[in-house]
Design a protein around this ligand. Structure first.
Ligand code: NAD
Length: 486
């Protein structure tokens, strides 16, 4: 099985087409060319159930495997990620269009995330004594959840899946992994490397397919936990699918992440460069991409000029070229969605400035990086997740107005403030309904900090010590000594 997976990935990296026969199939498309690279099987209820049942049996043994053995396998996996980084990055670029330099960055940074888990997971498994007298002992022990499902998005397929499966495996859970249909080849690579590292195939198993396969996973009876990363809309569906089974549910969903640039920001040009990167890196397809910018009206024009200058300097084009900063969007249907946001804003008075360096014969799913100025909250671009190379920049009167507008969203993933003084920034960040706040930076994820959302951005936590705790459950043990009476 692992060898077949490797073959699929190698074929793609070598630009040859592939096909694995099954009754129902889905296409893998290269977004940079729009060409179909091959087809993969769409697994249904029966395949999903068979894998789940094998995992239930495997988890019973896995939870008893000494922690040192589990650690050794994940250490080996991390080493394999590092050693295979260029090939893994190439597969990722070809199936979802991430520029190759950014694909390499993702694989490299995944190694750091797994390392954080390796260094800390034993702490959350440690039992604690809460009472000890001559007649009574009370303690808390921590157990794995069982078999957990990991239904994943395509935009950072290494990050969002390892956030779940690395922590889950280390803490004694088995994992049923459903990568996105737009990042399935990366899913195969991950699975192959885990098996090569020694993780048994009845402890980690992957299922391939689109939404229906995801629904089959989410509806499984007996899951110990369901960890989903994806859109708000699918998150709601997953919550409905899993509700009858009362499964522990975590949802890492979309965002409409705002940035506020105050008049006292020390360096307007540096802030503009940092925010442009936060908005357009990965073609704006990060859950924590900057999606809205509010700038004090006294520095609005200067900031806008500096911002647009940055956008124009971005190299747009073939994502396999090392100098490319902006590639295609991953999915064709997203092009008309982005165009509609621009049209809506312009029809209501916004000004659009688009990158001029895009070759019109380019082919593929390219959208010109676009800045919308003179925007307001009557426009879709300031309310609905764009998830592409598009940004709205609005002038504000003062902190109070910035705060009101930043909170005026159904989402709550991250927010940042660019200003002179960290205390001023913190005062604003504490008032914002978000899971992560930044001062003078944005679009970042630290493995040491909890990653969570407020409102429509989700439920639960990954990363940080809180994230590790998401994969264990406490059990209270009360021991009374019958021979001792007080
Ligand atoms: P998506 O919701 O379309 O798909 C996510 C996964 O769910 C895929 O594996 C898909 O096959 C599966 N799926 C689709 N329909 C399903 C159904 N009815 N039942 C069960 N599973 C189903 O999302 P996407 O386009 O892959 O990812 C982009 C979204 O993910 C954006 O909104 C982005 O902000 C969000 N995201 C959030 C985070 C975070 O940490 N909060 C991280 C990455 C991405």
């Amino acid at each position: 099985m692992a060898m077949a997976m490797a073959r699929v990935a190698r074929q793609v990296a070598g630009r040859r087409s592939f096909k694995v026969e099954r009754s129902s199939m889905f296409e893998v498309v290269n977004p940079a060319t729009g060409k179909v690279m091959g087809e993969l099987p769409e697994e249904g209820n029966a395949e999903v159930l068979a894998k789940f049942e094998a995992l239930v049996a495997g988890q019973k043994r896995w939870r008893t495997v000494p922690v040192a053995e589990r650690r050794a396998m994940l250490e080996r996996f991390n080493e394999l990620l590092r050693l295979n980084m260029p090939a893994l990055a190439k597969t990722l670029t070809m199936e979802m269009g991430k520029p190759i330099a950014q694909a390499k960055n993702e694989v490299r940074a995944t190694v750091d995330r797994v390392r954080f888990y390796l260094e800390n997971y034993e702490k959350v498994l440690k039992e604690s004594s809460v009472l000890e007298t001559s007649i009574l002992k009370e303690k808390v022990i921590y157990e794995p959840l069982g078999v957990v499902a990991n239904i994943s998005a395509w935009n950072y397929p290494y990050f969002v899946s390892t956030n779940v499966f690395a922590a889950a495996l280390l803490t004694g859970n088995a994992v049923l992994y459903k990568p996105s249909e737009h990042a399935t080849l990366t899913g195969f690579e991950i699975t192959r490397l885990l098996y090569e590292a020694g993780v048994p195939n009845n402890v980690f198993a992957m299922t391939t397919g689109r939404g229906e396969t995801g629904a089959a996973v989410a509806s499984l009876k007996g899951l110990g936990g369901l960890f989903f990363t994806g859109s708000y809309k699918t998150g709601q569906q997953i919550a409905k699918q899993s509700a009858p089974n009362l499964v522990k549910l975590q949802l890492e969903l979309g965002g409409k992440d705002p940035v506020y640039v105050r008049a006292d920001v020390p360096n307007i040009a540096a802030a503009a460069a940092s925010i442009a990167d936060g908005a357009f890196y990965n073609c704006g397809q990060s859950c924590c991409s900057v999606e809205r910018v509010y700038v004090d009206k006294r520095i609005y024009n200067e900031f806008l000029d500096a911002f647009v200058k940055n956008i124009m300097s971005f190299k747009v084009g073939d994502p396999l070229k090392s100098e490319t900063y902006i590639g295609p969007v991953a999915r064709q249907p997203h092009l008309p969605y982005l165009a509609a946001q621009v049209q809506d804003a312009v029809s209501k008075g916004a000004r659009a400035t688009s990158h001029t360096g895009l070759d019109s014969n380019q082919g593929g799913f390219f959208f010109p990086p676009t800045v919308l100025s003179e925007v307001n909250h009557s426009m879709d671009v300031m309310k609905d997740e764009s998830f592409g190379p598009l940004i709205g920049i609005q002038a504000v009167e003062n902190d109070a107005q910035a705060l009101t507008l930043m909170n005026d969203t159904p989402y709550g993933l991250t927010a940042s403030v660019y200003c002179k003084n960290s205390q001023d920034a913190e005062n604003i960040l504490r008032e914002l309904e978000v899971g992560t706040g930044y001062w003078n930076c944005c679009d970042r994820v630290s493995p040491r900090l909890p990653w969570s959302g407020r409102k429509g951005s989700g439920l639960g936590v990954t990363l940080g010590m809180d994230g590790l705790r998401s994969f264990v459950q406490p059990k209270g043990i009360l021991l009374q000594n019958p021979s001792n009476k007080e």
